[in-house]
Design a protein around this ligand. Structure first.
Ligand SMILES: Cc1cc2nc3c(=O)[nH]c(=O)nc-3n(C[C@H](O)[C@H](O)[C@H](O)COP(=O)(O)O)c2cc1C
Ligand code: SF4
Length: 603
């Protein structure tokens, strides 16, 4: 009976999604939320209806951490594993949760009601420890909230009846600048652009020297122009709201309070490049924003700002919001496009770049949320308004997500060129040992470098700014970031798939006090290998946390080393214990020594 019901549900589901393979993730998401996993009957049925191999669907399910082939609890709880959550006491809270809910980490309770696990950063570092219940964000977790959650679950209370305080997400904007103070009304940027002329508006964006805010800093006007110059007429605009870099949460705030301006920027881009369709790829962790930004879109449609006849022009454009499913790599633009096409988010070879061959092989512009906001503001105020701020190379402002050891974690907008010390003073940090800028793939800046500047030519960042005070153990951060990369490697290329897990193992060995000088040398060699031979940006930066801290703080590694030249990762002597017991021997000859005597590090 259940089998028949599942099949009926799938028939309706596939019909609703118009038999489009590109919408596979949407179908899987709906199945996951209804059955708490993707049943094999559903997989078979989708395969038949979409005429794709079963194995293709299974590989997609296995790729995304929010999809499961075996049942999760009716209440599936994930706790964020970001370093900032750890700094706010995540580990002891997790122990408490295990005790209160009666379920182990990575397990489903025997009654099937609840399951618990870790997840990568949920984009709530300013209000952690954070988590998700059935995909919805939980903030500022503490023991009282966990008691309440356990009661609500045991009473089988539907999520809609849980107190809203559990789900409260604050913007925490502490410093607004050019963009956050812009106060644009829907249509302002487009009106100005059409009045000035679209080519002239692209010239203004060029004059503003707007560079992409997602991390790589590619010139926005150049990207749009490349797309315009492509011969194919079917073109796409994609807003990258995947925001998976630990410590980054500014796009969450921009979409919560400035969504209309994001859509304005996307529409402007569509008008300039000649696109009919746009996508906003929203990370699955921001499910709580989904309905409200759908409403913003609908209002724009109602105001006739989108769709045919926009502002009197024969121009049709609409935007669809697509949700990710828990894969950091999908922030990489080509992996994101693969994901939009309903596939595993494996980065493509570049070239060709998305502007030439993107979504469905058509010219596609992919930009960050903040980039689209800046473009719409430039359309209204002109290029000079923007270019008058910042440095010679880095114009305008940057919106930062500040978290960690400071009194006021939240959102801060600074002109490029602002130094780290000023930012620390303003967010309430007076005991900083260092700052991780740009997330795990970025750079660690120590207290002797606080005069360095926020700028593409000095400290470039997608927005993450995590403060560590002097009470912190630097290697906790390095270990957390290294585990993150090993977990998030998409597994496509060997240097990253194998390399990140070797880095994790080697670092753990040193962290746990079993490392020798030789292990540090080997660790550094591995870092170079992973960084130089990996296929995409994830692998190419995965060793940065180790390399930058090894350079600056060798003593932190040194003090953990054993005074031997080498200790193997596998304990041969312990493995022989069973044999010793069986033979009744425990003399010196029955033991093996595998460690060297020399201490190269201290030589
Ligand atoms: C592993 C990885 C993750 C990324 N995550 C994001 C992201 O979450 N948001 C984003 O805008 N760009 C991200 N990027 C950069 C994108 O590939 C791309 O450069 C960017 O979306 C372009 O937009 P922009 O020019 O406006 O910066 C990521 C890159 C890599 C290698
Ligand atoms: S570098 Fe890592 S994330 Fe990138 S393609 Fe290779 S395995 Fe995937």
């Amino acid at each position: 009976m259940q089998r028949v019901k599942i099949k009926q549900f799938v028939v309706e589901l596939v019909k609703k999604h118009q038999y489009q393979t590109t919408r596979l993730l949407e179908m899987l998401r709906e199945l996951q939320s209804r059955y708490y996993y993707i049943p094999s009957e559903a997989i078979e049925q989708i395969a038949e209806l979409l005429q794709i191999p079963r194995t293709q669907i299974i590989s997609v399910i296995e790729f995304y951490s929010f999809f499961h082939l075996s049942p999760r609890g009716q209440y599936h709880i994930l706790i964020s594993d970001s370093i900032t959550d750890h700094m706010m006491g995540k580990l002891s809270l997790m122990d408490y949760m295990v005790e209160k809910l009666g379920v182990g980490i990575g397990e489903v309770r025997a009654d099937g009601l609840v399951s618990l696990d870790n997840t990568s950063c949920t984009g709530l570092c300013d209000q952690g420890p954070a988590g998700l219940v059935n995909g919805y964000a939980l903030t500022r977790l503490n023991k009282n909230k966990i008691n309440l959650i356990a009661d609500l679950i045991n009473q089988h209370k539907p999520l809609e009846q849980w107190p809203q305080t559990l789900f409260q997400v604050d913007d925490n904007i502490y410093r607004a600048g050019l963009l956050l103070n812009c106060n644009m009304l829907p249509g302002d940027g487009l009106n100005a652009a059409f009045k000035r002329g679209l080519t002239e508006t692209l010239d203004e964006i060029e004059y503003a020297d707007l560079k992409g805010r997602g991390g790589a800093g590619f010139k926005t006007a150049t990207k749009w122009l490349f797309c315009v110059e492509e011969k194919q007429t079917e073109r796409y605009v994609v807003c990258n709201a995947d925001e998976g870099e630990p410590g980054t949460f500014k796009d969450r705030v921009l979409l919560n309070s400035y969504a209309d301006q994001v859509f304005e920027g996307m529409t402007l881009c569509a008008a300039i490049i000649g696109a009919d369709q746009g996508f906003l790829y929203l990370r699955g962790e921001y499910l709580f924003l989904y309905n409200q930004i759908q409403q913003v879109l609908q209002q724009r449609r109602d105001q006739n700002l989108l769709g045919k006849g926009i502002l009197g022009k024969a121009f049709s454009f609409d935007i669809e919001i697509r949700l990710g499913a828990g894969a950091y790599i999908c922030g990489e633009e080509t992996a994101l496009i693969e994901s939009l096409e309903g596939k595993q988010g494996i980065p493509r070879n570049r070239p060709p770049f998305p502007v030439t061959s993107g979504y469905l092989g058509k010219p596609t512009v992919v930009n960050n949320v903040e980039t689209f906001i800046a473009a719409s503001a430039i359309a209204l105020h002109g290029g000079a308004w923007f270019a008058n701020h910042g440095t010679r190379v880095s114009k305008g402002t940057k919106i930062l997500s500040i978290s960690g050891d400071c009194e006021r974690p939240g959102i801060y907008e600074y002109p490029f060129g602002t130094n780290v010390q000023q930012i620390l003073d303003e967010c309430g940090s007076n005991d900083a040992m260092g700052v991780q800028i740009g997330g795990p793939s970025g750079s660690y800046v120590s207290d002797v470098e606080f005069e360095r500047k926020l700028a593409f030519e000095d400290l470039s960042t997608g927005g993450s700014f995590i403060v560590f005070n002097r009470s912190r153990n630097m290697l906790d951060m390095v270990q957390n970031f290294t585990h993150f990369f090993a977990h998030e490697s998409c597994g496509f290329c060997t240097p990253c798939r194998v390399g990140t897990s070797l880095l994790k193992k080697q670092l753990d060995k040193i962290y746990d006090g079993h490392g020798s000088a030789g292990d540090v040398v080997e660790l550094e060699r591995l870092c170079q290998l992973v960084n130089t031979t990996s296929h995409c940006g994830l692998g190419q930066t995965a060793a940065n946390p180790i390399l930058t801290t090894l350079q600056r703080y060798p003593e932190h590694y040194q003090q953990l080393l054993k005074t031997i030249s080498y200790e193997p990762g596998f304990d041969l002597d312990a493995a022989l214990q069973k044999t010793r017991e069986l033979t009744g021997r425990d003399d010196a000859e029955a033991h093996l020594s595998q460690t060297g005597e020399k201490d190269e590090w201290h030589d």
